[in-house]
Design a protein around this ligand. Structure first.
Ligand code: GLU
Length: 388
C-alpha cells in the first residue's frame, strides 16, 4: 500500500505503546510495575460520574454542536476567568477530544508549510509530531538540568526567525515536572510580544504543584501577550478523567472558529453525556483535585528520595506534574536499551527519554499506588546496581 508521505515523517506515540504493552503483560498474569503513562490511578470522582450517568439517563445521547455543549463552553470560560485571570467568553472556547486533540486542532488551523514552531526539549513527545503532520517545521531548543530543563528568554530569542509562528510552553512540564516561576513566565512573555509571535500554553498539569510552586497563565500578564496566547487544557490529569477524552482550547475568537470548522469535519462534538460530567467537575467542589494532589505529593517524596539514593542515578526535584526524570548516563546505557532491559529482566515499565529528546534520562510516572512504587523501585535499584 502506498501511504501518504506524511506518515513516514512521524512515529507512533511511545508513551501509549509502552503503557499498552505493560497493561497487556499484566493481563497475561505477569507481575509488572508500570510507571509508564501519565495516568492517575484514582477512579473519576463519584459526582462527576453521576452527572454523566444522569445525562445519559435523560437522553443526552444525540449530536451536539461541534464546538461543545454551550453550558460547558460557558463553564470553561468562567473557570479561565476565575482561576487564571483570562478574559474569555464561550465563543473563545472549543471543547475537544482531550488536550492532545485541542493541540492537534490548533496546529491544523495555524501551521502551514514553511512555518516554524519553537519547542523546548525535553518536550512531550506529541508536540513536534503534530507540527510535522500539519506541514510545519518543529524547531527544537535543547535544555538541561543546569537551567532546570527550562528554556531561557535568551535561548528563545535566538531560536526565533522570520518564519516562527508559535512557541510551545508547557508548565508544569511533561516529562520533567519543572515549573516556570512567575518571573520566568514574564520574561518569556516579553520575548513573545517583542517578536510578535504566538504562544500556546499547555496547562494540563496546572493544579498538580508542590512545595509552594505557583502556576500563572502567561496570557494573564497583559493585553499584548493575551492577544498572542492560546490555552490548551483538559480534564484528564486534574480530575482523573483520562479515558473520557475531554479537553479544550481557548484563544482569539477567529482562531477558535477555525478549529471548530476543522472539528466539524473530523470528530464533530465530544461525546455529549461525557460533557455533562465535565460541567459537574468545574461547577462543584474542587476538593477531589486537592485530595489527589496530596496523594501525588506523598508519592513524590518517596520516589525522589529513593531514586536519588540509588548510586548511578540522579534526579532533579520536580515542582509539578507527576513525573520523575532521572539521569541514567552513569549506567552506560542509552534510554531505549535501559528501558527494554528493565522491562524484560525486571518487569518494570518506564518511558525512555529518547521519546522526549533526552536520551540520558528515563521518565517515571508516580501517578500509581505506593505498593507499586515500593516494589518497582526495589527492582529498579537492583537493575541499576547490576550495571555499575
Ligand atoms: N500524556 C500522557 C503521557 O505523557 C498520556 C500518554 C500520551 O498521550 O502521550 O504519558
Amino acid at each position: 500500500m502506498k501511504l501518504a508521505g506524511r506518515i513516514s515523517q512521524v512515529k507512533p506515540s511511545l508513551t501509549l505503546a509502552i503503557a499498552a504493552k505493560a497493561k497487556a503483560m499484566k493481563a497475561d498474569g505477569i507481575d509488572v510495575c508500570s510507571f509508564s503513562a501519565g495516568e492517575p490511578d484514582f477512579d473519576t470522582p463519584a459526582h462527576i460520574k453521576a452527572a454523566a450517568a444522569k445525562a445519559l439517563d435523560e437522553g443526552k445521547t444525540k449530536y451536539g454542536p461541534a464546538a461543545g455543549e454551550p453550558k460547558l463552553r460557558e463553564a470553561i470560560a468562567n473557570k479561565l476567568k476565575s482561576n487564571n485571570n483570562l478574559d474569555y467568553k464561550a465563543e473563545n472556547v472549543i471543547v475537544t477530544n482531550g488536550g492532545k486533540h485541542s493541540l492537534f486542532n490548533l496546529m491544523l488551523a495555524l501551521i502551514e508549510p514553511g512555518d516554524e514552531v519553537v519547542i523546548p526539549a525535553p518536550y512531550w513527545l506529541s508536540y513536534p509530531e503534530m507540527v510535522t503532520l500539519a506541514g510545519g517545521k518543529a524547531v527544537i531548543v535543547p535544555t538541561d538540568a543546569s537551567t532546570g530543563y527550562k528554556i531561557t528568554p535568551e535561548r528563545l530569542r535566538q531560536a526565533i526567525t522570520p518564519k516562527t509562528k508559535l512557541f510551545v510552553l508547557n508548565s508544569p512540564s511533561n516529562p520533567t515536572g519543572m515549573v516556570y516561576t512567575p518571573e520566568e513566565i514574564k520574561a518569556i512573555a516579553q520575548v513573545i510580544v517583542d517578536a510578535d509571535i504566538l504562544v500556546v500554553s499547555d496547562e494540563i498539569y496546572e493544579k498538580i504543584l508542590y512545595d509552594g510552586a505557583t502556576h500563572i497563565s502567561i496570557g494573564s500578564l497583559g493585553s499584548e501577550i493575551f492577544q498572542r496566547t492560546i490555552i490548551s487544557n483538559g480534564f484528564a490529569k486534574g480530575y482523573s478523567m483520562t479515558g473520557w477524552r475531554i479537553g479544550y482550547l481557548a484563544g482569539p475568537a477567529d482562531l477558535i472558529k477555525a478549529t471548530i470548522t476543522i472539528q466539524s469535519h473530523s470528530t464533530s462534538n465530544v461525546c455529549t453525556f461525557a460533557q455533562y460530567g465535565a460541567i459537574a467537575a468545574l461547577e462543584n467542589s474542587q476538593d477531589c483535585v486537592e485530595e489527589m494532589r496530596q496523594a501525588f505529593a506523598k508519592r513524590r517524596q518517596v520516589m525522589l528520595a529513593r531514586l536519588n539514593a540509588i548510586p548511578g542515578l540522579s534526579c532533579a526535584k520536580p515542582d509539578g506534574a507527576f513525573y520523575m526524570f532521572p539521569d541514567i548516563s552513569k549506567t552506560g546505557l542509552k534510554s531505549m536499551d535501559f528501558c527494554n532491559a528493565l522491562l524484560e529482566k525486571h518487569q518494570v515499565a518506564v518511558i525512555p527519554g529518547i521519546a522526549f529528546a533526552a536520551d540520558n534520562n528515563i521518565r517515571l510516572s508516580y501517578a500509581t499506588d505506593m505498593a507499586t512504587i515500593d516494589k518497582g523501585l526495589d527492582r529498579l535499584e537492583k537493575f541499576v546496581k547490576s550495571r555499575l
